[in-house]
Write a protein that binds this ligand. Sequence first.
Ligand SMILES: [Zn+2]
Length: 466
Amino acid sequence: MPTLTAGFAQVDITPPIGVGMSGYGSRTKPADGINDPLIAQALVLSSGEQAAAIVCMDNIGLNWDMVCAARERAEVASGIPEGNIVIAGSHTHWGPMTSGGKYMPEYLRATISEEYNETLVAALARIVAEANSSRVEVVAGIGSGFSDLVTFNRRVGAPDLSTLWIAAMPPERAIIASREGNRLAREWRRGEHRGPRLSAPIAELDGNRVGPADGEVGLLRLETLDGMPLAGLVNFACHAVCGGDEETFYSWSADWPGQARAAFSSLLGGPMMFAAGCSGDQVPRWRQGNSRERVGKSVGAEAAHVWWGIDENSGDLPLGVTRRSIELPPNTRVPSLAQAQANLAAKPDPEGSDAQWERACVMLAEEIEAGLAAEVWAMRLGDLGIIGLPGEPLTEIGLQIKQRSPFAHTMVVSLANGAMAYFPTDDAIHAGGYEAEWSPVGLGTERMLVETGLDLLRDLYGRGEG
Ligand SMILES: [Zn+2]
């Protein structure tokens, strides 16, 4: 059997002060401080003829052009084929705007720094090469646990089954939404849930129903032959939107994933990589004060708990990578580009704050016109299947892939090799609301992503057995 080798490298990618931030349309100026550093990390795995690189970084997600540039340069620097590289954003809302943002006024879009973008692409390629050249023989362990009182689903079903969008709840309500959402997700994964993907009416929440919350903490553990931690790859679905305090609204921060990494490292003495799960509708229970620590330490400590709980190790796991390009169906509620432009031109102040929706429609119409190509990426290492999706899927998309995956353990990584938009379910599109409206993709997206992801996983599963 070929031996498994792995290498890890990381680099600080904190942008300069003055670069524009991405995450909140309400921001009116670029970054003016640093709360905590942003980093990018690379893990390279190799077995026999196969090699794969997983890159995780602190930003909202990178567009396809930057992903292609980074992958191509990483291939040149490391020899790893660009298609075997996945580059994923943590979705921190305190990171740089590197592209897009066309719904924002022009003076803010002008704070996108091409110089920073160029530095970032070079840094991503460099850490892939560094991780590759530092590879040593490793043993891998795969497992998962639950941090199931951390998130809730912000899409809430009213008694009449219409959808309410509740991004923050008072603590006594948030914990109920969290507990019930996790219960629903687990029942659904076990195949026990029937009917709409919503809980029963909850009296304490005024008869509202909650959507699923996936509290699974997935872990890939990599240790050197003498038992030292090389790196832990952690998958968890929660929007990185904890730091709601005014005084740090314009300061760079990794948000809760930075705190998770710190907690994990202090417990294990090795680095943690954070790969965001399907968190399009998953939000943290806490948004103020020490919320970054509460969420981060809960997840980081659970990942460490899983690390110690895994009994089986293997050095001889089949490694495989595959991918497929698909064209996602458009959101048919977005007006034609000509119509969207006319709507924007009709606004008294097209650059003003009350033309944000009209600017967004132009952006969405342009994206639809350009074609909604998306790459679905997949990797296997032994019993673990990993899917990468280039946007922000609602958690139900990840749950379906996990439920039907042929692998004992499955991670679904969002904002991987692209950051197209929200990926809503068909139910969410029918019900409406933020994630469905602010997206260029439409009905049928859910099915395409789930079926393509499962197809790739089955393909990798079969190859490993043969
Ligand atoms: Zn988001």
